[in-house]
Design a protein around this ligand. Sequence first.
Ligand SMILES: [Mn+2]
Length: 290
Amino acid sequence: MLEFREAKKYIKKANKIYIVGHINPDGDSIGAAFSMYLALKKMGKDVDVIISEHSKIFDFLPHIDEAKTFIKEDSIDLLISLDSSDIKRLGVTEEDIKKAKNILMIDHHKKSNAYGKVNIIDETCPATCQLVYEFISYLNIKMDLDIATYIYAGILTDTGSFNYSSTNERTLIIVSKLVGLGIDFAYICKKLNDTVKEPKLKLIATAINNMEVYENGKIRYTYVDYDTICKLGVDEEDAEGMTNYLRMVQDTEVAIYVREKSNGTNKVSLRSGDKVDVSAVAILFRWWWS
Ligand SMILES: [Mn+2]
């Protein structure tokens, strides 16, 4: 990739580097940011990583407590953004972004708006972590167990544990190398996928109990009010994702989850299989909730 060469130049000449993921970071954002951070440290760079408020499920990851929350210097040479298609979603303030002389953007989202001096964007990568793996290899930095763990966490998250069609041959080749490096993939998977807090389990039960079924089971809808969410002790993050359970039912095409928020407004989540474009429905109703 041509941009790799350009990116390497900027990294080489930078004295102070910060790495940042997006707000509400997922496994791919954290995985990409930390693998990049650990790799550049191995290169001998003066580098820091910023992760905004994140879920406790990531606490088991190595070095995660080294994350910073802001840029303490007045000026830095390079800000590397990972997994964020929009500069407004970066996990740093606008003032902090202005401190950077240059931005290197690494992302895999469709419709990514290039906002960096150098932009490494590959929509064919199922995860930014896959792109970071390629870049770290290009930089000739030796992978170690910690870097491999982060890359794996990111790929696992964004491929839905290799279930999504975005997973490709290259993904699995890379994962085989990570396994070769000795990553504890069963442990990482358990930590990221199979751990659920009791309030969330009770919320799932409530959401399923409230389920309404339309069009012979093709459409499934559920609603949970704020009072229930409070009574169950579910936090904001755990209140998400109920559409996943509705979609598990055979022949479901569309899943709709509406939940009441603390300010009395409703958050609507729409998910579909490959037959219905729910984003068109969301756009249709945009006037209604904006
Ligand atoms: Mn991603």
